[in-house]
Design a protein around this ligand. Structure first.
Ligand code: GLN
Length: 194
């Protein structure tokens, strides 16, 4: 079976490793370029996107990440990970870089103070078997998408799950719910790409 990495610089790495394992995938943490080179797909976890971006630069991983994504490696980002996979951030913090790959603009902390965290059932295209439990924690939303981007789920008209070819991103955190269908979808994307 293909090995899926979880970018392990910052954020909820363990939860993603556990969710991937529960979805039947082999999962390993990725901290160094040599480890990145060994995996067939990569999860970018939730956490704090500015910190993650700065650590990616410090660990010499930003350019290797960009190169793998450009070369077609499947990747899945949740929350801060979604921000990392966006071509553009509406309101980047200074020094904040993204890996990019998905032709979209994201707005960080988009749901506002009243809604810093909330949970809502979501119908997500590509995930059969009923609604996904959407856990949102200071979540971004997708402000706009390019023509090649599929919008898989929305909240109040804003995309919160998107896919562009081998790249998948969610504003929410399926790794915190015990429901492994989104990770199973990603594992399947990795299998098909292989
Ligand atoms: N607000 C965080 C950021 O901008 C993302 C929060 C999360 O990953 N739960 O990076």
């Amino acid at each position: 079976t293909a090995v899926i990495g979880v970018l392990a610089l910052q954020g909820d790495v363990r939860e993603h490793l556990a969710a991937l394992a529960a979805a039947g995938a082999r999962a390993v943490p990725v901290r160094r370029p040599a480890e990145l080179a060994e995996v067939s797909g990569l999860v970018v976890p939730g956490g704090e996107s500015t910190t993650m971006s700065k650590l990616a630069v410090a660990f010499g991983l930003l350019e290797p990440l960009r190169a793998r994504v450009r070369a077609g490696m499947p990747a899945y980002g949740s929350c801060a990970g979604m921000i990392m996979l966006a071509d553009k951030i509406l309101d980047p913090r200074s020094g904040q870089e993204t890996v990019g790959g998905i032709d979209m603009i994201v707005r960080r902390n988009a749901f506002g103070r009243q809604n810093e965290s909330f949970e809502v059932p979501l119908d997500m295209a590509g995930v059969p078997g009923g609604p996904v439990h959407g856990v949102f924690i200071r979540a971004p939303w997708v402000e706009s998408t390019g023509a090649g981007v599929e919008r898989l789920a929305e909240v109040d008209g804003h995309a919160v799950a998107v896919r562009q070819g081998p790249l998948l991103a969610t504003s929410f955190h399926p790794e915190l719910t015990g429901d492994h269908r989104v990770h199973a979808l990603f594992a399947d994307m990795v299998r098909r790409a292989g």
